[in-house]
Each structure stands twice: as structure tokens, then as C-alpha cells.
Design a protein around this ligand. Structure first.
Ligand code: SF4
Ligand code: MG
Length: 322
């Protein structure tokens, strides 16, 4: 069974010389309990994809093509009020900076209790017990006492734990986590990633994990979608994609994690910058940076194709040469 299906999703913005597609033809699916990583450089469209799923594209941006379905029902066409109910109840969110997700003038407990009571039919006392439980589950020490304190009284890592509790406390089926550890100290990052993975396994919640860090993907995700310049260029199980990357861009990203990359030589081959959405080259958008570019690459855009477990958008039919 599929929980989330995204098909041919395109998000466009009005530009100075016409409409610009921030993301184009993004298709993916997520099953219950699965962690799908979305990886790529800043500006590749990962966050935009996450924002579209959760109904938070900032106007004048809008979905101009495609569909988003949760349990088979369209959610991209819902009115804002209905989407607001889905957010929180069915889809939770965790963002990079915990301070933007937490209200500074309410205690942590007030925020958790309000979210729990908005979405689940529980009395205040029951919601408070549930909130303390969640604080314990995310590793907040002495939750009975901490529940009545304010977000600024927590460290960055502890605040992100609270944000995770807030995203999960209404028992959503899906969580969008956008760079959940990027703002944290390196030592804390691994703890938060481990916590997310543990809670996903325990609760069965599906996670779309947006990150620029292939190392985080390797440690957390079941499947991974690699994005480049608004499109998915490779998608598949983490095992397949990480052990045998088929797209030259994926191979380059892999090589940038020393503890995983088998071929450190590839890193130097992705010098250069991703094109702006209004200046994508003809054919393959990765072409100008690709060490394997062929004639066809600048003429024809490679479409995603492959098997059920792995697809690649590249004209190299055999993948990156060894
Ligand atoms: Fe490189 Fe061509 Fe594949 Fe694009 S399609 S990644 S340019 S080989
Ligand atoms: Mg982003």
C-alpha cells in the first residue's frame, strides 16, 4: 500500500521573462513506515517538494501541474482550511530551525497539549499526560518539570527534540522533516537523526527527510530521491543507490562523504554550480558539470526510467563508467 503519491508535480513562479518552474515533473511515492530521503544541493527543489506536499507553497508560487495524493485522495486541490486540518493531524512538519516551529510565549506543554487536543479527542488532563509521555520519548530529562518551561529555556538540540514531539504528538501518518539537523552542532546531529529513525520505526510514521547531506541519508533513509535543478535524477533504495550510483551527480555526491565514497576522485568532477531555474540548459541540466557528457546530452533531456526499485534520468545506459 502507498501512503503518499506525488505525480508529475510542477511548481511555478512568475519570473521577469515568463513563468519559471522551481520543480518539474517530480514523481515519488512513500509507503507507511518508510523513510524517503530527498537529497541534493541547495536550490535543487527538495524543500519546494516538501512544501508542496504539506500545502505551504508561498504565493505567487503555485502548483501548475501534477497531483499529490494521501491514502488515494487528492490533497493538492483542497481548500486552505481543509489542508490546515490535514497538517498536524495527518502530516506533521519538522523544520531546520526549531525556533520557527515553536511559539516563544507559550510553554512547551501548552503547545503540545494544544496540538494534541486540536487533533485527538482527549481531555486536558489526558493530553497533559500524553505530552509528558512524548517529552520522555524524545529524550527530554525530567519531563514532568520541563513541560511547564518555555522554548528559550532549552538548548538547540533539546528544542529540536520538542519540535519532533510536536510533529508526532497528533499521531500523523507522514512527517516532512526539512534539514532537521542542519542548524545543530555536529555532536547533536547524530542523536537527533537516531531519534527520528527510532521513532519512525516505533510509531510506523512515514518520513520525507529533506537534507543536503548524503551521510544523513545513508544512516536514516530506506529509499532516496536525488534532486538536481528541479528534477529527480535518481530514485531507489538506499542500498542500491548508495552502493551503485548510476547518475554522475549521485556518484559525485557519494564521493563527497569520505566514510562512504568509494571513489574520492569523483568529487573534483562536480565543480561548478547548478543552473538557476530560469537558465537551465537544453537537454540534461547536469550537462555542463558532467564528466561523461555526450552529444545527445545537450539535445535531449533524459527521462527517469528503470525498475520498480530504482530509476535514473541519464543517457548513460550502463551508468557511471567504473
Ligand atoms: Fe551526464 Fe549526459 Fe547523464 Fe546528463 S545525461 S548526467 S550529461 S551523461
Ligand atoms: Mg532547503
Amino acid at each position: 500500500m502507498t501512503l503518499l503519491t506525488v505525480e508529475n508535480l510542477t511548481v511555478s513562479f512568475p519570473g521577469r521573462s515568463g513563468v519559471v518552474n522551481a520543480i518539474e515533473d517530480v514523481s515519488l511515492s512513500v509507503s507507511p513506515g518508510e523513510i524517503l530521503g530527498m537529497v541534493g544541493e541547495s536550490g535543487a527543489g527538495k524543500s519546494m517538494t516538501g512544501a508542496a506536499i504539506i500545502g505551504l507553497i508561498e504565493p505567487p508560487g503555485r502548483i501548475t501541474k501534477g497531483e499529490i495524493r494521501l491514502e488515494g485522495s487528492r490533497i493538492d486541490t483542497l481548500p486552505p482550511e481543509a489542508m490546515r486540518r490535514i497538517r498536524g493531524r495527518k502530516i506533521g512538519a519538522i523544520f531546520q530551525d526549531p525556533l520557527t516551529s515553536l511559539n516563544p510565549v507559550l510553554t512547551v506543554g501548552e503547545q503540545l497539549i494544544e496540538t494534541i487536543q486540536t487533533h485527538l479527542k482527549l481531555s486536558k488532563a489526558e493530553a497533559r499526560t500524553r505530552a509528558i509521555d512524548w517529552l520522555r520519548r524524545v529524550g527530554i530529562p525530567a519531563p514532568e518539570a520541563r513541560i511547564d518551561t518555555y522554548p528559550h529555556q532549552y538548548s538547540g538540540g533539546m528544542r529540536q527534540r520538542v519540535v519532533i514531539a510536536l510533529a508526532l504528538c497528533a499521531e500523523p501518518q507522514l512527517v516532512i522533516a526539512d534539514e532537521p539537523t542542519t542548524a545543530l552542532d555536529v555532536s547533536v546531529q547524530a542523536q537527533i537523526i537516531a531519534l527520528l529513525r527510532k521513532l519512525a520505526r516505533e510509531t510506523g510514521v512515514a518520513v520525507v527527510l529533506v537534507t543536503h547531506d548524503m551521510g544523513v541519508i545513508a544512516e536514516t533513509a530506506d529509499r532516496v530521491a536525488v534532486m538536481y535543478s528541479g528534477r529527480i535524477v535518481e530514485i531507489g533504495t538506499v542500498t542500491e543507490v548508495l552502493t551503485a550510483p548510476k547518475h554522475p551527480y549521485t556518484a559525485g555526491l557519494m564521493a563527497s562523504i569520505p566514510r562512504i565514497g568509494p571513489r574520492p576522485d569523483i568529487l573534483s568532477q562536480i565543480d561548478g554550480a547548478m543552473p538557476r531555474p530560469n537558465a537551465r540548459p537544453e537537454g540534461c541540466a547536469f550537462g555542463p558539470r558532467c564528466p561523461h557528457r555526450m552529444e545527445i546530452c545537450s539535445q535531449q533531456r533524459p527521462e527517469l526510467s528503470g525498475t520498480k526499485t530504482k530509476s535514473v534520468a541519464c543517457h548513460l545506459t550502463e551508468g557511471v563508467p567504473a
